[in-house]
Design a protein around this ligand. Structure first.
Ligand code: SF4
Ligand code: SF4
Length: 118
């Protein structure tokens, strides 16, 4: 089985994903259109979205919730503190730095010299 990871951690261990309040949801479809990670599917009987792939949700992302016109989408906490706590508790700083070095090595054109201001 090919488990998803988040900066080296098993994504399965984290409960960050959207919860839809079906009482508030009007089925406008904005959340499904907003998410590029296949988290939602469309329930054609109820004419409303369902969260079918919760662990595809990007930890800390709240885009669908922000764009929901009915405020029908909740997350398990404040995204900033949720992500910050993971980074600190799992001491991810070194790993993130290594990831960034690898990224810059792969895409050297992302490196700017000087201030980068034009
Ligand atoms: S954006 Fe909000 S109201 Fe629209 S379908 Fe999604 S949860 Fe329902
Ligand atoms: S929070 Fe972001 S990644 Fe997660 S379901 Fe919403 S749009 Fe998709």
């Amino acid at each position: 089985m090919n488990n998803k990871t988040w900066h080296g951690l098993d994504r399965e261990n984290f409960d960050w994903f959207p919860f839809i309040n079906s009482e508030l949801c009007t089925g406008c479809g904005m959340c499904l259109l907003t998410c590029g990670n296949n988290v939602f599917s469309w329930n054609d009987d109820r004419k409303k979205p369902l969260v079918v792939n919760p662990k595809n949700c990007v930890i800390g992302c709240t885009s669908c919730g922000k764009l929901c016109p009915e405020n029908a989408i909740d997350f398990p906490g404040d995204p900033k503190s949720y992500v910050t706590d993971i980074i600190k508790n799992h001491k991810l700083f070194l790993g993130i730095r290594k990831e960034m070095d690898a990224r810059l090595s792969k895409f050297p054109d992302h490196i700017l010299n000087g201030s980068g201001n034009k």
